[in-house]
Design a protein around this ligand. Structure first.
Ligand SMILES: C[S@@+](CC[C@H](N)C(=O)[O-])C[C@H]1O[C@@H](n2cnc3c(N)ncnc32)[C@H](O)[C@@H]1O
Length: 463
């Protein structure tokens, strides 16, 4: 695989083993994707480093997802084949089915060969069959939106609008970003466009989905085009039923791709040390990462340098399975931002088309909330927020200030938790330390938050 990536020293120094947190000095070898400290072997997807806590075991999930996708696609193709062999079809129906069959076959061939080229074979896993690890092609349409519907011969304004929205915010920032992290970068178009416009020292395009990562790498780094079929489940009057597209590598005469780094990782176990980036972008991400926005704010805060900026752009279309208490409104998120120590700089709200295919009469409109927030150079006094006993009780990454925390109840676990308060540990840090000593079914965070919540409310009631 043609690898012209030039990882700067600074990038390599900031990388951490996602399993044990070791950096280069403690034994994490980025070049070999191996951690001598915890013994975890990591792997690459083609030449895209993949840093997950389970190391190479994570590949088993991707292989299983590939096998599932292959099985489903083959089932669909077999059904089409069966239909096309019937005698009771008119030519018009036959033509429609044949177009869909052709596009579907192109996709299967392309996805399998792309992933195989990147080292992922379709291998089913019995245990994962019971667990349903998710659909590999969930974000397939992003490949089309990012690289097919928008070409010189077939302009599509969605990508341009996304770039303009983010650039407009970045231009208001006091400094040009040098080290950029894009979380949930998808098929990579926005992170690539930002990289080309801003020419930073480097940009990391991080995602946990191997299909979008491999496609972005194939286009931008391998300079190979990708054939993709698009077909619609419902006929649209006056539109084609299917189309085969050729996704082309973006122009890059200045070899800017040498410092644009796709990275396989999970946002909840980010393989970077704290204070690693001066701009973190979350495009269409805060609502679909499988976790709590307040924790994501903590992650972003930790990985930004003091004075660094967080730029968010996207809707609040939280995934279906997220409990209602985590589907925060914009007003709640602004409170969480403020309680975390960030200063909200600017915000805009716009309605925009989303994944508007040239093959569809219908399209979605999304309400896109774009904002930027700055991490102060030094911790500032956090403004009071109604109902919040203390910022650190709500934003679990904030250090718990030293003080007298005494509980009316007596228990060795309570004593152990209170002993850990040292002015720098947060609720997350305390959970991390005591978690391994508690039975697995004990909800550690709930225990710690409830304990401090009771202490604080007793104090405020003068008990
Ligand atoms: C809605 S898509 C947005 C993609 C891209 N930012 C865009 O605007 O087109 C969300 C992306 O986040 C990725 N993602 C979701 N959860 C993630 C996680 N926990 N860690 C890393 N990536 C994640 C998905 O694989 C997907 O590519």
């Amino acid at each position: 695989m043609n690898n012209n990536k030039q990882y700067p020293e600074r990038f390599i120094e900031s990388i951490r083993c996602p399993n044990c947190g070791s950096g280069a000095k403690q034994g994490f070898q980025f070049n070999d994707l191996h951690c001598t400290q915890c013994g975890t072997n990591h792997f690459s997807l083609g030449d895209v480093p993949c840093l997950f806590p389970a190391g190479t075991h994570h590949k088993i999930i991707w292989q299983h997802q590939t096998a599932t996708m292959q099985y489903m696609a083959q089932q669909g193709l077999a059904a089409l084949h069966e239909s096309l062999s019937r005698y009771d079809l008119t030519s018009t129906t036959r033509q429609r089915l044949a177009q869909i069959q052709s596009a579907s076959q192109v996709n299967l061939n392309t996805i399998l060969s792309l992933l195989q080229k990147h080292g992922i074979d379709p291998i089913p896993d019995e245990q994962l069959n019971q667990m349903n690890p998710g659909d590999l092609s969930e974000y397939f349409d992003l490949l089309l939106r990012d690289w097919a519907w928008d070409s010189t011969s077939n302009a599509n304004p969605e990508n341009t609008a996304a770039l303009q929205r983010t650039l407009a915010e970045i231009q208001k920032l006091p400094n040009k970003p040098r080290r950029i992290l894009v979380l949930g970068a998808g098929a990579g178009r926005l992170s690539w466009d930002l990289h080309v416009h801003l020419k930073p020292e480097y940009t990391v395009a991080l995602d946990s989905n191997p299909l979008v990562l491999a496609a972005a790498n194939e286009l931008v780094h391998q300079r190979q085009s990708i054939a993709i079929g698009e077909f619609k489940n419902f006929p649209q009057i006056g539109f084609q039923h299917a189309q085969n597209w050729l996704l082309e590598p973006p122009l890059d005469v200045d070899n800017l791709r040498a410092t644009w780094f796709p990275l396989g990782a999970n946002v909840w176990q980010l393989p970077f040390e704290r204070d690693s980036f001066d701009l973190i972008v979350t495009p269409w991400f805060i609502d679909v990462n499988g976790g709590d926005v307040r924790d994501l704010i903590g992650v972003v805060y930790e990985k930004l340098i003091p004075g660094g900026h967080w730029l968010n752009s996207g809707p609040l279309l939280f995934t279906r399975h997220l409990p209602v208490q985590l589907k925060y409104s914009a007003a709640e998120i602004k409170e969480l931002i403020s309680l975390s120590g960030f200063a909200l700089v600017n915000e805009t709200i716009a309605n925009t088309d989303y994944l508007r295919s040239p093959l569809e009469a219908r399209f979605r409109q999304e309400q896109v909330w774009t904002f930027s927030a700055t991490k102060p150079q030094s911790p500032m006094t956090i403004p009071a927020v109604d109902g919040a006993l203390e910022p650190w009780l709500i934003m679990h990454h904030q250090p718990i200030p030293q003080g007298s925390y005494a509980s009316q109840d007596s228990h060795p676990l309570i004593d152990a938790i209170l002993l850990l308060v040292d002015g720098s540990r947060s609720i997350n840090d305390i959970c991390y330390e005591i978690g391994p000593h508690l039975p697995q079914d004990v909800p550690v965070k709930d225990v710690v938050v409830t304990l401090f919540g009771q202490i604080l409310s007793e104090q405020s009631n003068g008990v």
